[in-house]
Design a protein around this ligand. Sequence first.
Ligand SMILES: Cc1ncc(COP(=O)(O)O)c(C=O)c1O
Length: 366
Amino acid sequence: MWKTAHEHILKLTVYEPGKPVEELARDLGLREEEIIKLASNENPLGPSPKALEAMRRTLERSHFYPDGGGYELRGAVAHRLGLGMTRENIVLGNGSNEIIEFIGHAFFRPGDEVVVARHSFAVYKLMAQLFGAETVEVPDPGYTADLDAMLAAITPKTRTVFIANPNNPTGTMVGQEAIDRFMAKVPDHVLVVFDEAYHEFLDEKVAPDVLPYVREGRNVVVMRTFSKIMGLANLRIGYGITTPELAAVLQRTRQPFNANGIAQAGALAGLLDEEHMRKTRELTHEGREYLETAFAAIGLEYVPSVANFVLVKVGDGNAVFQAMLRKGIILRAMGSYGLPEWIRISVGTMDQNRRCIEELREVLKK
Ligand SMILES: Cc1ncc(COP(=O)(O)O)c(C=O)c1O
């Protein structure tokens, strides 16, 4: 039977997630508390206390199906975005990853092309493959997406351009000017997806604003998530912001209860916890500066980051990843991104960052 599965499914690359803490604890016979995970750009402070409280309350109501339409959360997200946004602009996903899948369901056909930067988030390519579309990878000099080159890569077959901003795994971003130049020329048959999973880590002064394109009714989807600054990665909840017409199409592709009620309650409370977001942002800035300064002191090349992780060149990335695992520290090897000499380190608490650098120095000495 299995051989009769769609050919493109049989060829599908499997996503390599960060190694779970539980797995390393089993492998090394350690307690979970002894392990430091800096592998998946999670929030080292955990969820907001307000989100935790709301989720505990909702746990008692686990026997009820959730509000499949996400009425309250979509309304709160729209309210926060302001200026003419309503819940009709918002689609909830089981993580923002699911929004990528909705886009695939709605728009990708075999033979279509999907344009991405060479070193951008792996799931775009996986979703293109899932629906039989081709991924066109555009060189990203200096590990930053080159929007002029991405524009030049558009053909009549192009369905979607994915722009992760800030980008994972490089931690770089494209600015407003480059975005506006791109948007002025991108043809109408192309859906532009701005993946803003790390948007909230940006300094307000430099953060590009692409929401005006949604308000103007352009073919744009903006993706955001509660997994990163909100610390709710385990709950799997994210959202797309788009025109009411495109949102209505994406809504048709989702399962009736794709965003569970505990996640919705946590997200709703977390969204209002400015204090937790501010603390996370500050910790991230401090930790990122510490890591980048330490890399420079060790003599390691790194890509200056605007997000909550840093890409650093260590020689044999997989060997360093393995050696750090044996010390109870989970980082991310970058071989699957075509960067075998690099590892990606998420910013942790200052204690975690310090231990990570200490152990990294030891590993690199050997
Ligand atoms: C650029 C980018 N987009 C989307 C996601 C998916 O996040 P989630 O599905 O947890 O919302 C990630 C997760 O690492 C990411 O780095």
